[in-house]
Design a protein around this ligand. Structure first.
Ligand code: SF4
Length: 275
């Protein structure tokens, strides 16, 4: 007996051929167009939010206007007039060490280990005298502790040899130290020396892209954009406002848009409040 073929089964090869022949899947292209026009439907669920984040980093979220950025920082400042970083430190040297230790680790995790370390080594001389093996013992609860112990002792030696035991105040000199990249240098320049630098970590990258404040495919692109668009009067604390916003409100998996002070300005189609 001849078996009946369902309409769905007949259409499957045509659908597959259509998909294979197209460079960009139609749905993705439509989604991008809608997101760029700011008319994308709300996206729901963690997986779709990850996709919305990826699209945002590709420029799919409309750029915030200068007036909106000014207003966003006015509100962030009003909510937290004197924002502070959460890493514990005693002086510029211990700040530098804490930031080096915080790479791919949480501030809370670093803060658990550093009080004991800084009690015995709060200067480059003491850190060198302590030696790599003992530094490793103090920081063994922090990820990548082997490499970090090596870097902390090596950078302490370099500070003694080339900078008279002081933490240098220029990006070039900071970035020449072992374990210190652009982000670490920016944090030290901002917190220790009051420079208006913005260190783009995973939180600021997400917030910059989601809101439409500073879209960029890489942390460096987001940093450059923020340098252009953040009004001068807010630059000194912009780093802290954005990082704390990303850490406590604009969370990666489930942003708390309902308590976000800039929700009406935010352009992200994944936000969980009405557009
Ligand atoms: S509205 Fe939501 S997605 Fe937009 S910045 Fe606020 S918390 Fe983040």
């Amino acid at each position: 007996m001849a078996r009946k073929t369902s309409r769905r089964a007949k259409a499957a090869p045509r659908r597959a051929a259509g998909r294979a022949g197209r460079k960009t899947p139609r749905r993705t292209a439509q989604g991008l167009r809608k997101a760029q026009a700011g008319t994308a439907a709300d996206v729901k669920g963690p997986r779709k939010r990850v996709i919305a984040d990826a699209k945002a980093a590709l420029g799919a979220v409309p750029q915030m206007t200068s007036a909106e950025i000014e207003e966003a920082f006015r509100r962030l400042q009003a909510a937290l007039p004197e924002p502070k970083g959460e890493l514990e430190y005693i002086n510029p040297f211990t700040l530098l060490v804490a930031v080096v230790l915080s790479a791919q680790a949480t501030d809370a995790g670093v803060n658990k280990a550093t009080p004991a370390l800084f009690a015995v080594a709060d200067t480059p001389e003491k850190m060198v005298a302590l030696g790599e093996a003992r530094v490793r013992d103090y920081i063994k609860t922090i990820g990548l502790f082997n490499t970090k112990a090596k870097n902390v002792v090596a950078l302490s030696k370099l500070l003694l040899e080339q900078h008279g035991g002081e933490v240098p105040r220029t990006r070039e000199a900071l970035e020449a130290l072992p374990g210190v990249g652009r982000k670490t240098a920016n944090v030290v320049l901002n917190i220790a020396f009051g420079e208006p630098t913005i260190a783009v970590d995973t939180h600021i990258f997400r917030v910059g892209n989601r809101t439409g404040m500073a879209p960029g495919k890489t942390p460096f692109e987001v940093e450059m954009k923020l340098e252009q668009v953040v009004p001068d009067k807010y630059k000194r604390h912009a780093h802290h406002w954005l990082i704390l916003h990303g850490r406590y409100v604009c969370l990666a998996r489930r942003p708390s848009c309902e308590k976000c002070v800039i929700a009406d300005l935010c352009k992200w189609p994944g936000k969980t409040v009405p557009h």
